[in-house]
Design a protein around this ligand. Structure first.
Ligand code: TYD
Ligand code: MG
Length: 485
């Protein structure tokens, strides 16, 4: 007995550990460790562990969630057969802003949580204010909580939107307990929290914006939304490498992840759906930032093709698929003899490594050499394309510039390019073609496999199917006058 007294709470070396345990949380996967490591053993990310102090004696947020957290509040669930569960046809809350509802798959779902990410100043708060205004006008109780801006600032912005959001309920608050109290009182159907990084729970010991706070705050909102059947939209900031700040687990926690993108110097904004538990992903909505807020762009292809130089050397029109929408884009290439040093390959809006592969295929299978040339490729309008269906168009644009032979005017190019120089079939060619038909295109170069399914023409567009890269060059590019090449 007397021996144990020496190792009691006052007993020297143990005291600092009890004052608040230090843990290291991975910003990528959210796993926690007792010591700092250069590489996360769970997800193998380098330099992702961040120090985090745990206030209580429990073993970090994980254990806390299970014991004192709010997750278990509704009691234990019973096991049931799937067929016996009533289908709660949760009516969607349509905002009335068509592009916004479309990417959500028809509107907000009651009890769901949406994470809206994007660079600072891209227009997230503006979008929320507009959506909130329309919802309020439609008689849907909406509460906008802002921890970023004062009431005066938001009021000013609402003036820019011609006061359309005047009836919206607003609360400048960062303390989530106060927010919960306001929700209790107002009983809104929709809650906006701008932003999750400024929100805090006083029961969590770390600063707002820290990993633990962001995670626990999001969890609190999640519980609030689920228990009341209220839809919530959380605004999240994006770090400089384009990731949503906070643990990756935030994206796993919410039902829908939207990301707002756009070039700083261009006025249109693309709202992209990255995850959707209630609808399809990869849907996009296009908006234009005007003096009086965001405006929907119902026909984005027209916008991106606005100044298209159809039929010019090095310019080819491709159709990328974004969700269920085909988007026509102009690809421009400039190939110029290298005068000095290493040949340059610069690609804007298209993966540079993929371009390198296309150049190799073009040389080996198409016989068009660019090893002594600088190659510049750019997707007009500052868009970013990732879909492989645009490969052939990019390859043709490069070949056109290199050979100085213009592509046929009013021609759409579709096709994925394989390493063997084969032109592979694309998904949903009919969607892409009908978008092209609407914009007055008259011919299309597409994979032979797709052409076989579609026939010789479609909606007034003459189709020519090609099997290989070499054939595509012959079919797609006009002959140079005089040379007969
Ligand atoms: P904001 O919604 O504050 O961005 P975020 O919440 O994503 O940080 O967007 C502000 C930007 O949008 C700002 O640069 C000004 C511009 N803007 C307009 O061009 N027109 C408008 O009507 C409004 C309200 C903002
Ligand atoms: Mg904002």
């Amino acid at each position: 007995m007397p021996r144990e007294a020496g190792s009691g709470p006052g007993g020297g070396p143990r005291t600092p550990r009890r004052a608040g345990r230090v843990q290291f949380l991975c910003t990528e996967c959210g796993d926690s460790f007792g010591q700092w490591l250069g590489r996360c053993p769970s997800c193998n990310a380098w330099g992702s562990l961040k120090e985090h102090r745990v206030a209580d004696a429990l073993d970090g947020p994980r254990a806390r969630r299970g014991t004192t957290g709010t997750v278990g509040r509704t009691g234990r669930a019973a096991v049931v057969r799937l067929g016996e569960i009533p289908v709660d046809s949760a009516p969607r809350i349509a905002s009335g802003i068509g592009e916004f509802d479309r990417i959500l798959g028809g509107g907000l779902v009651g009890g769901s949580v949406v994470l809206l990410g994007g660079d600072p100043g891209i227009g997230k708060s503006t979008l929320l204010l507009q959506v909130g205004g329309v919802l309020t006008t439609a008689g849907i109780r909406t509460l906008y909580v802002s921890g970023e801006e004062s009431a005066g600032q938001v009021r000013l912005r609402s003036e820019r939107l011609h006061g359309t959001a005047a009836g919206l309920h607003f609360l400048p608050e960062t303390d989530l307990e106060a927010v919960a109290a306001a929700v209790e009182q107002l009983d809104p159907q929709v809650l906006f929290l701008d932003s999750i990084q400024t929100a805090y729970l006083s029961s969590v010991a770390s600063a707002p914006g820290s990993l633990a706070q962001v995670r626990e705050s999001a969890l609190a909102v999640l519980n609030l939304a689920k228990s009341r059947g209220m839809a919530a939209i959380l605004v999240g900031h994006v770090t400089k490498d384009g990731m949503l700040a906070g643990p990756k687990t935030l994206e796993h926690m919410v039902d829908v992840v939207l990301s707002m993108e756009g070039e700083r110097y261009q006025h249109y904004r693309v709202l992209r759906c990255v995850k959707n538990r209630f609808g399809s992903v990869h849907e996009i909505g296009v908006f234009e930032m005007a003096d009086d807020g965001l405006r929907e762009v119902p026909n984005p292809s027209k916008l991106f093709l606005g100044e298209s130089t159809s039929g010019a050397v090095g310019s080819v029109v491709v159709a990328g698929l974004e969700g269920t929408r085909a988007l026509l884009m102009e690809v421009q290439a400039l190939v110029h003899e290298t005068r000095y040093g290493m040949p340059q390959r610069v690609s804007t809006g298209y993966d540079a490594r993929r371009l390198a592969i296309l150049l190799a295929v073009l040389a080996k299978r198409g016989g068009v050499e660019t090893s002594q040339h600088d190659v510049f490729v750019s997707v007009a309008g500052g868009l970013r394309v990732e879909e492989p269906g645009v490969d052939l168009g990019i390859l043709l644009a490069v070949a056109s510039s290199r050979l100085d032979r213009p592509p046929h005017p009013k021609m759409l190019v579709l096709g994925e390019v394989g390493l063997g120089g084969e032109v592979r079939r694309v998904s949903h060619p009919e969607w892409r073609l009908s978008e092209a038909a609407r914009l007055g295109f008259t011919r299309a170069l597409l994979p032979a496999a797709n052409a076989r399914d579609l026939g010789a023409s479609r909606e007034g567009i003459a189709l020519s199917g090609v099997q290989a890269v070499a054939e595509a060059l012959g079919e797609g590019l006009q002959r140079r006058e005089g040379t007969g090449s």
